[in-house]
Design a protein. Structure first.
Ligand SMILES: Cc1ncc(COP(=O)(O)O)c(C=O)c1O
Length: 382
């Protein structure tokens, strides 16, 4: 990356894929490298730095550099899914290590932590990550090795004061990692706020077109733990396929535009249904009524994200029937695509979920905001 490219703003860096061009063919778009192995030099070296398809594929290099640039990191690694990226961080810890994670977080990871990780000897403690005192109480100085955060957090969009939480984590001697999927590399800058690692389900906003499952980690420093994570991915084999890496880069080129529109649409939907008698709560960090609004306003820039939830006043069955009546919104899991999705979270998350039974999660896409509002309005009924 040249000195000029290092100074590029996110929109320029993304649109130009950091200025990549092929020195030989003059192609503007990086190729897809479909290979599982690389030629060794005659003197037995691998000067290209690549030996085999499980640790390396050049198709990853531009999206990894671009993501690292957007997050202000020292490096990034793509994984075969967001879960593969997140679980790598926990699996790189040692038996007996204590970790603190949020009570409200992506349910799939919480489920894995509570059902698998504890059996392997990690001690997992869940804390209300919207409350710094609760985080502080859960941390065990010298024993807690990882503080895991997510902000805004699925599905009630709890906002963590990232800078303050990172300081608490570091004081206790823990590494601090954050699932920043919803902030999508542009709305929050966790590394500047003190986090050591940033995780993304790149399936979501980074790719943005609902056609790739991918994950990523970004590190603040090229330190020993990062080297352990690199080694872990190599041996574990959770590498993203080259076609998916190529599609991901194509999606990332338009991330700033898509995200800007999703944030604007989400704010419009939230404002329209806040106070509507058919909805007993609109959970969105962009509304002043949200408990995390002031902190979100301090640590997010360019919008409050494309994710919100509504609680349907007449309860669970009314929420499920609302989701059944939408025509533009799609009833589907996932988030961060160009098309808006609606989902009854309690049905997905099952027992132990912090999602109230009357909650519908909305992933707001890039359609016309009024169409989305009108569709939800008719689906809510009288
Ligand atoms: C916030 C968040 N983190 C992590 C994940 C897991 O990512 P993936 O589905 O790419 O494994 C998801 C998936 O829904 C998510 O929403």
């Amino acid at each position: 990356m040249s000195e000029i490219e290092k100074r590029w703003h996110s929109a320029t860096a993304a649109a130009h894929a950091l200025g990549w061009e092929d020195d030989v063919t003059k192609s503007l778009i990086p190729p897809i490298h479909l290979t599982s192995t690389y030629i060794r030099d005659p003197d037995n070296q691998y000067r290209s730095g690549r030996s085999y398809g499980r640790p390396h594929n050049p198709t990853h290099e531009v999206p990894e550099r671009l993501l690292s640039h957007l997050e202000g990191g020292a490096g990034a690694m793509l994984f075969s899914s967001g879960m593969a990226a997140a679980t790598a961080v926990f699996l790189a810890l040692k038996p007996g290590d204590h970790v603190v994670a949020p009570k409200v977080m992506y349910w799939g990871l919480r489920h894995w932590l509570m059902n698998f990780v504890t059996e392997w000897g990690l001690q997992v403690e869940l804390a209300d990550a919207g409350d710094l005192a609760a985080i502080k109480a859960a941390l065990r100085p010298g024993k807690t090795k990882l503080l895991w955060l997510e902000s805004p957090a699925n599905p009630t969009w709890v906002v963590t004061d990232i800078a303050a939480a990172a300081e608490l984590g570091h004081k206790a001697g823990a590494r601090v990692a954050i699932d920043s999927t919803v902030a999508a590399a542009l709305l929050t800058n966790p590394i500047k706020l003190g986090c050591d690692l940033v995780m993304h389900s790149a399936t979501k906003y980074l790719n943005g077109h609902t056609d790739v499952v991918a994950g990523a980690l970004v590190t603040a420093a090229a330190d020993e733990f990062w080297a352990r994570l690199v080694a872990f991915r190599t041996s574990n084999g959770a590498l993203l396929g080259p076609v998916e890496a190529w599609l991901l880069l194509r999606g990332m080129r338009t991330l700033p535009l898509r995200l800007e529109r999703a944030c604007r649409n989400a704010q419009a939907v939230a404002e329209r249904f806040a106070g509507d008698p058919r909805v007993c709560a609109v959970l969105y960090p962009g509304l002043a009524s949200h408990p995390g609004h002031a902190i979100a306003a301090k640590q997010m820039k360019g919008g409050f994200g494309g994710m919100l939830s509504i609680r349907v006043a007449r309860g669970e069955m009314a929420a499920i029937s609302t989701a059944a009546r939408v025509k533009i919104w799609k009833r589907a899991t996932s988030l961060g695509g160009v098309e808006s999705l609606v989902e009854h979270r309690a049905s997905v998350e099952g027992a132990g979920s912090p999602a109230p039974p009357d909650l519908l999660r909305l992933s707001v896409g890039i359609e016309d905001a009024q169409d989305l509002i009108d569709d939800l309005d008719q689906a809510l009924g009288n």
